[in-house]
Design a protein around this ligand. Sequence first.
Ligand code: PLP
Length: 392
Amino acid sequence: MSDHQWHPETLSVRAGSEHTPYGENSEAIFLTSSFVFSNAAQAAARFGGQEPGNIYSRFTNPTVTMFQNKLAALEGAESCVATSSGMSAILACVMGVCSAGDHVVASRSIFGTSVQLFSNILKRWGLETTFVSLTDPDEWRAASKANTKLFFVETPSNPLTEICDIALLADIAHEAGALLAVDNCFCSPALQKPLDLGADIVVHSATKYIDGQGRCLGGAVLGRKDVLEPVYGFLRTAGPTMSAFNAWVFLKGLETLHVRMDAHARNALELATWLEQQPGVSRVYYPGLASHPQHALAKKQQKSGGAIVSFEVKGGQEAAWRLIDATKMISITANLGDAKSTITHPATTTHSRVSPEARAAAGIGDGLVRIAVGLEHIDDIKADLALLSKSL
Ligand SMILES: *Cc1c(COP(=O)(O)O)cnc(C)c1O
């Protein structure tokens, strides 16, 4: 059995659990800021790097290490560093890869706060970002310059679930001398493995499907050792590292990742199929539907369509708000990745800071509603949206 390759489901449950000094079957939370040495020589050897081991929890912590090793096994990554949030994962990725004077090409449809990070904050520090269409490879080629160091992408996109060809984009990035980073938050490694497709870096908001029950904020950056080394250097110096408690929550969350993602996707496909038949709905966006423009690519690149379903209701914002306000069970929140289904109106929440013209150009209409489909019984989710069975 020694060369037996564990399946992803087994890695979710078993990988990374090596720090069990008392034989505990459930991993421990090592809540300690520092670690004690046997003597002065050992302290010197630890600080000098001649002896492996923990020094201080901003550098390493056994619970965080277990989480990193489990997620690395699931993404097929050589290295993983955990961060305090998804945003600090993205910041650490950029800080590790880029310097002032460098250039980034990013998809226009990335997470709203990521847009703010690139276009407002990082710009002040001399990093220039060009935003292009997620689905048009020619725009990525045209935007690349001699100082382009990073391509940054999120697929499927939020909220319209557009998909880019990761393998193709990796080739374009490498031709340009840049690295490709993929925010794999919507799919998680259970549904999509960007590193296997040629991407250099994966970033995560662990806050979403890795936790799975909406408890903690966290993030991670994964990739080759040489790529991750400066990312880790930034983290241990600047400090947005993951707490041991949060790492423990995410470790437990990952154990059920595959069963949860399969159940989320089953519910989402059934909901999307039902939505397409409702008189109150004019269009449904879900990669698992044959009507999705990139359904074939989704089938090639993802294990399923995922958990996010967006749809346009007839009657614009007024009808969308009426639908949202009529729900009795589904949580009205912009968060996603929870066992609880959530519903949001992108135009007035997640994308309210985008100008109406830019929203219209991106295809985010006033009647668009996004549901992150949870793990409730599908009939109860449909019942909560019963208003759609008539024209709103
Ligand atoms: C939520 C989210 C983030 C940011 O993660 P936080 O944990 O909230 O900092 C980044 N990317 C995507 C796709 C997200 O959904």
